[in-house]
Design a binder for this molecule. Structure first.
Ligand SMILES: Cc1cc2nc3c(=O)[nH]c(=O)nc-3n(C[C@H](O)[C@H](O)[C@H](O)COP(=O)(O)OP(=O)(O)OC[C@H]3O[C@@H](n4cnc5c(N)ncnc54)[C@H](O)[C@@H]3O)c2cc1C
Length: 453
């Protein structure tokens, strides 16, 4: 483990998804120096892996990539990818943050993202970014529009043949890289660590995640993306074009037994979106959504739902009790039709998509911050008046880290978190140096460094 010197910033943003990037850009535009720490090898969060967005059906990459590039090139933003926050503790008015930068085995300063290493590698592995539906090499650039465009060597699956090293024109491969401890001093922290889906094996009645043609909604996003693993929608088991696709709503959400008693908020709308996109790419396919309630609460959402019905997508008010498969690996769904006196039916589809419950990606307690709320998401002290403020002074929350929410809400909240953090930082500056006005010229961390050491 290598120890590096301390880095001093005004604000630390944990999580480089759309919310974290928006908060960082808003703070940086006001002159604050921001460090974004992202655990994945690229920034962009879940949004960069989505196909299109509801209810406008705009291309997700086209919206997210410019934000990623803006953050990458902003003079006041520093980004550490493939890094994790291990500890945060407060000393007077500063947070002392311990971060571990994981080794990429590729020198970030030398790598140009040319991918010659990737073309030289002979080892094929499931591609996590493609929901394990596509293939990647043991050394690879995380995805086409990844930021930074720097390769990453999966040392656990590398056979150390040295082909990548020979192919790299920049001499960037470094098999001896070690994890690096980075010590950061920040005056404010924004937690934007987002969500994860519960695992597809959460329920034995749904096939324990073993059924090849039962996908998660995030996997379906990749199949629908123009640059997805197959380039079009095909069944993973046999590469056949599906004629019948069903969506199972509330798979885990509003379900105490799955540990997600709350509504995950975005599933109704993304299932409708995916069904609409499927009816465009597979016009002859039957599309069914098994749902308990449709929660179309946002602007334009109800019209979006009505449009889906008008397009011929079948909405069946039903609870899915079990999912199995027949000899051709077609998923067989056992449903209780709620509108017809609880009649139970078995229906066969070519593919099934699970709208799995969303849970927090990070527990702040792991790093020594205040405990999360009962649902596991970050606690907000005044949800109705100041939804970005946490019980810990100087710590703010943005996006889905505070609870499941869609992209517009995440962006709005991220802007609010940046405003709260900016006001807090200005308050610290004027307390340390009352002669200075409230107007914030570019704040040098050293301006307030003298307040405590
Ligand atoms: C299948 C599906 C489809 C969707 N479709 C839509 C849609 O069409 N329209 C819409 O508005 N919304 C949609 N959403 C919701 C959308 O994904 C979220 O609103 C959005 O991603 C929230 O952004 P975020 O930045 O808060 O969280 P995330 O996107 O989850 O980003 C959080 C980031 O923090 C990082 N991170 C986590 N823990 C740590 C840690 N300890 N240290 C460092 N980094 C960390 C993660 O790696 C990630 O990059 C969809 C959701 C799903 C599941």
């Amino acid at each position: 483990m290598i120890d590096t010197n301390e880095v001093d910033v005004d604000a630390l943003v944990i999580g480089g998804g759309i919310a974290g990037l928006q908060s960082a850009i808003d703070l940086a535009n006001q002159g604050f120096h921001v460090l974004v720490v992202e655990k994945q090898p690229s920034i962009g969060g879940k949004m960069i892996g989505l196909s299109k967005v509801f209810p406008t059906l705009d291309c997700c990459s086209c919206i997210c990539t410019p934000r990623m590039a803006e953050a990458e090139h902003h003079p006041n933003i520093e980004i550490m990818t493939y890094s994790e926050v291990r500890q945060i503790h407060r000393k007077n008015r500063r947070f002392l943050v311990g971060i571990v930068k994981k080794p990429r085995y590729v020198d970030e300063d030398k790598c140009t993202g040319c991918r010659l290493c990737e073309y030289a590698c002979n080892t094929d592995l499931p591609h996590e970014f493609e929901g394990n539906l596509g293939v990647r090499k043991a050394i690879y650039v995380p995805f086409t529009n990844a930021v930074p465009q720097v390769a990453l060597l999966d040392i656990d699956n590398c056979i150390l043949c040295g082909r990548c090293e020979k192919a790299c024109p920049a001499g960037a491969i470094d098999f001896l890289q070690e994890p690096e401890n980075v010590h950061v001093r920040a005056r404010a922290v924004i937690v934007a660590t987002g969500y994860e889906m519960i695992p597809a094996n959460f329920k034995k009645e749904y096939g324990k995640g073993q059924l090849r043609n039962v996908l998660t909604a995030l996997q379906m996003e990749r199949l629908l993306a123009p640059h997805g693993p197959y380039g079009r929608v095909l069944r993973p088991s046999d590469g056949k074009e599906p004629d019948s696709i069903a969506f199972v709503q509330c798979a885990g959400s509003r379900d105490h037994s799955a540990g997600v008693p709350y509504c995950s908020r975005v599933c109704c709308m993304y299932a409708i979106k995916q069904a609409m996109l499927l009816s465009g790419s597979l016009p002859l396919a039957d599309l069914t959504i098994y749902y308990m309630d449709i929660r179309a609460f946002g602007k334009g959402f109800e019209q979006f739902f009505q449009n889906a019905k008008a397009m011929g997508i079948e909405f069946v008010k039903a609870k899915v009790a079990r999912i199995g498969e027949d000899e051709q690996q077609n998923p067989v769904v056992r449903v209780e039709i709620m509108e017809e006196d609880g009649r139970v039916e078995e229906r066969t589809h070519d593919m099934v998509v699970l709208s799995l419950g969303l849970v927090p990606a990070w527990n702040p307690r792991q790093a020594g911050l205040a405990a999360p709320a009962d649902d596991g998401f970050i606690t907000c002290v005044q949800p109705s008046l100041a939804p970005c403020r946490t019980p810990e002074e100087g710590v703010f929350v943005a996006g889905a880290a505070a609870g499941p929410k869609d992209i517009p809400d995440s962006i709005v909240e991220a802007g609010a978190a940046a405003l709260e953090a900016a006001a807090y930082l200005r308050g610290l500056s004027s307390a340390a140096n009352p002669a200075k006005s409230h107007r914030h010229e570019t704040v040098e961390p050293s301006t307030v460094a003298g307040e405590e050491q």
